[in-house]
Design a protein around this ligand. Structure first.
Ligand SMILES: CC(C)(COP(=O)(O)OP(=O)(O)OC[C@H]1O[C@@H](n2cnc3c(N)ncnc32)[C@H](O)[C@@H]1OP(=O)(O)O)[C@@H](O)C(=O)NCCC(=O)NCCS
Length: 158
């Protein structure tokens, strides 16, 4: 498993999301493709503010094809979303983005990273388990359209 993570991390080089219009609008377009309630370009700007959040993305042929965001409060990171373009899934991009967020969290000496994910979202849950997240709880009816429970997952870094 470690070898696969290494291979994928080498294959892709996620870079930081910036507050440029191209980054924010390109990422908002990817959000729209992937989620019913997408983050707007102005909400995504939060992920470019030091001490508030961070985002990483991958581009292919000038298009943003994968991104992930994490809000940071004291020594806790909270992954907001990970999204890979529907035509680019299954190629290691999601893994590379999660790995970039974990690397960032370790460098920032965070103690934990948490996230919520729909209980039916098998690909995402499998991705998070693969990098060491464990299930620590459930929020009933957390999501709407459709209504569904959230699984709370956590990765301890210390
Ligand atoms: C979840 C998502 C980010 C995965 O990205 P991806 O680039 O396709 O994933 P990768 O190719 O990097 O795969 C990494 C691991 O994820 C898991 N995974 C990915 N796709 C999967 C699938 N269809 N079924 C089961 N597990 C899957 C596997 O553990 C995989 O490791 P493996 O290849 O060794 O089996 C992507 O499917 C996506 O954007 N989904 C829609 C948005 C979303 O639901 N985001 C999560 C919100 S919390």
């Amino acid at each position: 498993m470690a070898e696969e993570i290494k291979k994928n991390t080498i294959k892709y080089h996620p870079r930081r999301l910036t507050d440029s219009t191209a980054d924010l609008e390109g990422t908002a377009a990817l959000e729209k493709l992937c989620f019913h309630q997408p983050w707007s370009a102005s909400s995504l700007e939060l992920l470019t503010k030091d001490g508030i959040g961070v985002g990483y993305l991958c581009e292919q042929n000038g298009d943003i094809v994968a991104y992930g965001g994490m809000l940071i409060a004291v020594d806790e990171g909270q992954i907001t979303n990970i999204a890979v373009h529907p035509n680019r899934r299954g190629q290691g991009l999601g893994l590379a983005i999660v790995q970039a967020l974990i690397k960032h969290a370790k460098a920032a000496r965070l103690a934990t990273i948490t996230l919520e994910v729909r209980v039916s979202n098998t690909p995402a849950i499998s991705l998070y388990r693969k990098v060491g997240f464990a299930e620590v709880g459930r929020r009933k009816g957390f999501y709407t359209k459709p209504t569904e429970d959230a699984l709370i997952m956590e990765l301890k870094l210390k």
